[in-house]
Design a protein around this ligand. Structure first.
Ligand SMILES: [Zn+2]
Length: 245
């Protein structure tokens, strides 16, 4: 699980006042091993291993119950335009975001909370956009191929392969070889609009153009295609900043 990746990492703090070695988990989800002065550093690794069940339990609880508190320290310094929540409208999911510090930017997702790790010394908006794009691609690769397959079955259309990318302007494309390419940003749109895009690309398997015949074929499966096409344009203009970055 993604959480695992975070669990490998801990920091060591040597404390003059500590009498025993102990583990603490900070509000930003970083695990810290506190060692009394004079205790060998390898003790930290052993304690960390030994305390895995407790660490796992505590991290999970913190992620589930206090998503906002996770990055309290970092959040104070974040520019306001960073998202706290993302609606994956195509999937009917609302994903909360928790930020915390780490030397390397990255993400992990658990139970509807997306934890984003950011390096506090680098540009945050930039890192967030990069991380969210990567996350969106992972989510899209998990879900869009199945959606496409279901619509293809309905249209009796056979495509060769599907690939998911993150593109600036195109929602999808269909090659003369029958390879369909879909934009991961589709996940941010309502299901009926996504369906229109899928019908559109699959219709290209029959008509490699935008001729009246093509639109006639689209209309057979999507009678309201004109309205949805318009909606697609309007909705994409209202996307948050990170989507376009
Ligand atoms: Zn087209």
């Amino acid at each position: 699980m993604p959480l695992q990746a975070e669990m490998q990492a801990y920091t060591i703090r040597i404390s003059r006042r500590a009498k025993y070695a102990r583990i603490t988990i900070k509000p930003n989800l970083c695990v810290e091993v506190v060692l009394p002065l004079g205790v060998a550093k390898r003790e930290a690794g052993e304690l960390f291993k030994q305390q895995q069940p407790w660490i796992k339990r505590t991290l999970l609880r913190m992620q589930q119950h206090a998503p906002k508190a996770l990055g309290s320290k970092l959040s104070e310094t974040l520019p306001e335009n960073l998202p706290e929540k993302i609606e994956l409208r195509a999937l009917g999911e609302s994903v909360l975001i928790a930020y915390h510090e780490s030397p390397r930017a990255g993400f992990s997702e658990l139970d509807g909370v997306l934890s984003i790790r950011l390096n506090p010394e680098q540009d945050k908006a930039n890192q967030v956009a990069r991380v969210l794009h990567a996350w969106l691609k992972v989510r899209a690769r998990e879900s869009l191929p199945d959606c496409l397959q279901a619509v293809a079955l309905e249209m009796n259309a056979a495509y060769q392969a599907v690939s998911i990318r993150l593109q600036k302007t195109r929602w999808g494309s269909c090659s003369s070889l029958g390879n369909i390419n879909l934009n991961a940003k589709l996940l941010l749109l309502p299901p009926e609009v996504v369906r229109y895009v899928l019908v559109h690309e699959l219709a290209h398997l029959k008509h490699m153009n935008h001729s009246p015949l093509f639109w006639h074929h689209v209309a057979q499966f999507e009678p309201e295609f004109a309205r949805k096409r318009k909606e697609l344009q309007i909705l994409s203009m209202g996307f948050p900043v990170w989507v376009h970055a």
